[in-house]
Design a protein around this ligand. Structure first.
Ligand SMILES: [Zn+2]
Length: 372
């Protein structure tokens, strides 16, 4: 039983044997309650693209379609951002790590009930442009005012060595923040670093990012990144659909501050594939859950992500999935004192999950979550 203060903070967590435990004074909620969700990967700025990009075209198809439609917007864009923010909040999301390429979401974030950590996404494969790209990122950072945020990289195939160095320098010199990058999202990305060939190499050639050969081959995407991890900040690798046991072995020295983010609905939307979540779990890495964007998902709803994992990997307990989607996300963002758990003095937000199968401790197709 939770005893809640008027400001939403937890006054007491009472067990049935506690002398102050009086069931008759409590409000009984059918279903389950869990701490507010932390969405570890989102692109709020793409909310106007809901339903605009075809499903299951692979990452290359997705990126090409995204480039064509991402700037097709008018006033609807702000409305879509506002609606998506509200949708997240009502479904139980209390904090978000949100990717930004511009400042379109900043106003909404200032007025939102959700806590945002904005990740200013930088990309560019031309090393000569790296300093300009980083400077533009710094200018965007200034627009954030006192909201939480830092610069991050987009993906291994879109970051020059020079840009990686600059982002590392940035992270090593700011007081708070964390490294974030999309990683091993597609087979094409793995193929690019393995052989320098394949659809991603073709695309890079077509748009002039490389002249002929891709210069970094015979390696895994992670080999290209690992030397530029920050010295002490948390590290978030997003997607990991095609990560291998050997990759995870290389990441072991970072295990206490490295987070693997799962975005199962987006993986199914884009690649129609899921990472081997059971294998990731067995390695003991910290796992978080994200919704990705409305360009690659039908909703920004953490319970919907949990349902997909629950359905495909039934051996993983729901308790564990809720830890990934609440506490681990809070730890990534450095807000774990307040969020992610029910304990005296914390203010995690309370999520009520209804339409659950209580006898088998399972979520059902109809299960839904609401912040109370
Ligand atoms: Zn993403």
């Amino acid at each position: 039983m939770l005893w809640i203060n008027d400001d939403g903070s937890i006054a007491r967590v009472l067990q049935p044997f506690d002398p102050d435990y009086r069931a008759e004074d409590a409000v009984y909620l059918p279903g389950w309650i869990v701490p507010g969700f932390v969405n570890a990967h989102c692109h709020l700025e793409l909310s106007h693209l809901k339903g605009k990009i075809e499903e299951r075209t692979g990452l290359n198809g997705f990126v090409s379609a995204l480039m064509q439609v991402r700037n097709n917007f008018n006033d609807d864009r702000q409305i879509a951002i506002e609606e998506a923010d509200r949708e997240m909040y009502h479904s139980g999301i209390v904090a978000v790590a949100d990717i930004c390429n511009g400042n379109s979401t900043f106003n909404q974030k200032k007025n939102s009930s959700v806590y945002y950590h904005s990740l200013i996404e930088r990309f560019g494969f031309n090393g000569q442009m790296a300093q300009t790209i980083a400077n533009d990122g710094q200018a965007l950072m200034a627009d954030l005012d006192d909201e939480a945020g830092n610069m991050c990289l987009h993906a291994p195939y879109s970051a020059s060595i020079e840009l990686q160095k600059l982002v590392k320098e940035h992270l090593d010199n700011i007081p708070n923040g964390f490294y974030s990058i999309h990683h091993a999202e597609s087979e094409a990305e793995v193929e690019l670093f393995k052989t320098g060939q394949g659809s991603m190499a073709d695309r890079m050639r077509n748009i002039g990012l490389i002249e002929r050969e891709f210069p970094f081959t015979g390696i895994r995407p992670i080999d290209y990144l690992i030397d530029f991890f920050p010295e002490s900040k948390n590290i978030l690798l997003v997607h990991n659909t095609f990560i291998t046991a050997a990759d995870l072995e290389k990441l072991k020295p970072y295990r206490d501050r490295l987070f693997l983010c799962l975005c199962p609905n987006a993986n199914l939307y884009i690649e129609n594939a899921l990472p081997d979540i059971e294998q990731l779990r067995e390695t003991g890495f910290l796992i978080t859950v994200g919704t990705d964007s409305l360009a690659s998902n039908h909703q920004l709803d953490m319970l919907s992500e949990i349902k997909v994992i629950h359905q495909h990997f039934p051996s993983i307990s729901l308790e564990e999935l809720f830890r990934w989607s609440s506490y681990n996300g809070a730890k990534l963002l450095g807000i774990e004192k307040e969020k992610g758990h029910f304990s005296q003095g914390s203010k995690p937000g309370i999520v009520h999950i209804q339409a659950v199968d209580n006898t088998q401790k399972k979520l059902t197709f109809e299960s839904y979550s609401r912040l109370i």
